[in-house]
Ligand binder design. Structure first.
Ligand SMILES: NC(=O)c1ccc[n+]([C@@H]2O[C@H](COP(=O)([O-])OP(=O)(O)OC[C@H]3O[C@@H](n4cnc5c(N)ncnc54)[C@H](OP(=O)(O)O)[C@@H]3O)[C@@H](O)[C@H]2O)c1
Length: 268
């Protein structure tokens, strides 16, 4: 990538984005300038991180150097954003924010000398199976777009959106893993109730889910067709589905996604 990059907040998600780029030698460790808040994190990264990147503690004298980098990845928690103060610099540098729910308008107010881009990604990015949504701010040049896509394309599939769709993208893809984890847990408990050992029950649920997804993808059938295939008259599956309809599972899932999206809008 041949460019210096500053990472403001080198936590879980930032590491998941940057480490594979270092592994694949798409970034050189000496071109990565990271900032953390606490001495503990600073020392931990210096001692344990596999690559010899430049790492600084916020508010230390030498940390100002990160503002000289042309590209910045902002990856603090949304509630920590108030502590990040843009230092004086030339206009036109690029700031890519992965903060859940923080709007481009808010970013531009906070970082007026930067061209801002908003990115939403999700936790499977840590194993290279993420989903990343990008909303370009104003005046982003083609080479800058290429650079940003390069940061995420090794570890995720990229989707470009107008900003108003990022909240629902976030609800589905960032909150989604927690919803799926809860469904796996609940179905496994169902197996447990019927006498299966916990571990076996969970294994069966996960294999069943991944097999079902492969079947839909590989054979191109619709979800309705799959449901009909396994639901025979007066059988076990319709009995299970009747319970879920009675308990309004469908409606609960729809409302859960809408609620997560609305919550994201509140952070704007
Ligand atoms: N977790 C997810 O599933 C997920 C998914 C997609 C996007 N995101 C977004 O990614 C962002 C980061 O999440 P995360 O899970 O990676 O959080 P995290 O692990 O807590 O990382 C936050 C990092 O920011 C640093 N930091 C805090 N205050 C700072 C300051 N004033 N100056 C410089 N650095 C500072 C922290 O340093 P210390 O360690 O020293 O405190 C830490 O390195 C969030 O905004 C979140 O919305 C998260």
């Amino acid at each position: 990538m041949n460019s210096k990059i500053a990472v403001i907040g080198f936590g879980n998600i930032a590491k998941a984005i940057i480490t594979p780029l270092l592994e694949k030698k798409l970034l050189n460790p000496e071109d990565v300038y990271c900032l953390v808040n606490t001495k503990k994190s600073l020392e931990n990264i210096r001692k344990n991180y596999k690559y010899d990147i430049n790492i600084f503690q916020a508010n230390s004298n030498d940390s100002e150097i990160i503002w000289d980098c042309q590209f910045k990845l902002l990856s603090v928690k949304p509630q920590q954003l108030k502590n990040i103060i843009e230092l004086k610099q030339n206009k036109g540098n690029l700031l890519v924010s992965i903060l859940a729910g923080v709007s481009l308008e808010n970013l531009i107010k906070r970082f007026p000398n930067h061209n801002c881009v908003r990115v939403v990604t999700n936790i499977p990015i840590t194993i290279g199976k993420g989903l990343t949504g990008i909303s370009w701010g104003d005046d982003i040049k083609e080479d800058q777009k290429k650079f940003i896509k390069g940061l995420f394309e090794n570890t995720s599939k990229i989707y470009e959106f107008p900003e108003y769709l990022l909240d629902i993208f976030l609800a589905l893809t960032s909150s989604g893993p927690a919803i799926i984890a809860l469904i796996i847990e609940a179905l496994s408990d169902g197996g447990l109730s019927g006498g299966l050992q916990k571990q076996l029950s969970e294994e069966l649920v996960m294999e069943m889910i991944s097999g079902t997804i492969s079947l839909i993808k590989d054979t191109n059938i619709t979800t309705a067709e799959l449901k009909n295939m396994v639901t025979s008259p007066g059988g076990t599956t319709i009995s299970a589905l009747r319970v879920l309809e009675n308990k309004s599972l469908r409606s609960a899932l729809i409302e859960a996604i809408v609620s997560a999206s609305n919550r994201s809008k509140e952070f704007h």
